[in-house]
Design a protein around this ligand. Structure first.
Ligand code: SAH
Length: 342
């Protein structure tokens, strides 16, 4: 079966040429797909014969809402999606003044093994297809009735570990005949796969790169993030500086504050010196409790922020949204998995 929604414009055009259909068909179908049709029969401007042919040859992905929770505190909506093969992923819709923002997953589970993260506890199950990443945006918008203007790739998975499919997704979601979401409205968050950061830099997209740094020294970062054991902070910074030089886009550094681990004044000083000379933004994240983890949230977030600011580092503390619905960091999928395991 052809995964028709994962196809690029060019592939789709070639596919229709092969079927002996005129070129404008591929544009019509592209528009239907990105509007979130749930069957080929909804494509009413196609002939019955063509719809039957597409049904026979193509896979039309339609994720099912396995669970939906709406925060009473701030209207954040969390979706647990069931994919075609039964696997589950989650997406979160956050309502900011500057527009509705969706946080999407890029993989089922994660290989990276970060000590504080719930998404990685069961390892990586599989990578998502471009269509499955895109569907989260299409169907959250459709189900909620809320227009989505911003995307953050900060859900389950490591987007740069699924490089080609994530790139295809970016291309699709950016298309004027599709959702038409501009690169400047998209952030991609990575644990720091340096080769992939370098490749991304070469593409010179205008998206915002967020780097999950979480510690300025190798000893601490390697304890928190196994990815650091092979490639240390210095090499990561080299790629980050290269990214800025190539794209002119300021990097945003994520820093989850863990009690007694990465929240000392010395570490704030070290972080500031690490970022010296590069335009950077630090986003301090109050650690979300993960039941399975002994790590606790820091009580020094404010002091740490102040210290960074004294060094002239631009720094914000992430606002917690949807805390009544576990709207962070793989918690819902985890709960659903534990539940079904019982
Ligand atoms: N794999 C990518 C994107 C997914 S995680 C990455 O590592 O960046 C999105 C962000 O949430 C990352 O900065 C991640 O480190 C952070 N995160 C994961 N678990 C967390 C937790 N329990 N508390 C706070 N932040 C967490």
């Amino acid at each position: 079966m052809t995964d028709i929604k994962s196809m690029s414009r060019e592939e789709l055009a070639a596919f229709f040429r092969q079927l002996g259909e005129p070129a404008f068909r591929s544009k019509q179908v592209f528009q239907w797909l990105h509007r979130g049709v749930e069957s080929f029969d909804e494509m009413t401007n196609l002939s019955k014969a063509l719809r039957e042919k597409l049904k026979a040859e193509c896979l039309l992905t339609v994720p099912k809402v396995a669970r939906k929770q709406v925060s009473r505190l701030d209207g954040t909506i969390k979706y647990l999606w069931q994919l075609g093969d039964g696997n589950c992923i989650e997406s979160v819709l956050m309502r900011y003044k500057h527009g509705n923002t969706i946080c999407v997953s890029s993989e089922v589970g994660c290989l990276m093994g970060c000590a504080f993260c719930a998404s990685t506890l069961g390892g990586l199950v599989r990578r998502l297809t471009p269509a499955e990443i895109l569907d989260q945006v299409i169907f959250v918008q459709k189900d909620s009735g809320l227009p989505i203007s911003n995307i953050v790739m900060m859900g389950i998975g490591e987007p740069l570990d699924n490089f080609d499919n994530v790139l295809r997704f970016l291309q699709l979601v950016n298309d004027p005949d599709g959702l038409n979401i501009g690169m400047r409205h998209i952030s991609l968050s990575t644990c720091g796969l340096v080769d992939k950061i370098d490749r991304l830099a070469e593409l010179d997209l205008q998206l915002t790169l967020s780097v999950s740094l979480h510690a300025p020294d190798d000893a601490t970062r390697s304890r928190l993030m196994p990815v650091n054991r092979a490639v240390g902070v210095e090499r990561l910074m080299q790629s980050c500086r290269g990214y800025f030089e190539k794209t002119g886009r300021r990097i945003s550094y994520e820093y989850a504050m863990v009690d007694g681990m990465n929240d000392s004044d010395e570490q704030a000083d070290l972080l500031a010196s690490l970022l010296k000379g590069q335009p950077a933004h630090v986003n301090l994240i109050p650690l979300n409790n993960v039941e399975e983890s002994p790590l606790k949230p820091s009580r020094r977030v404010k002091q740490f922020q102040k210290r960074l600011e004294q060094h002239g580092v631009t720094c914000t503390v992430r606002r917690k949204l949807g805390s009544d619905i576990d709207a962070s960091c793989g918690q819902l999928r985890r709960k659903a998995m534990n539940h079904s395991a019982r």
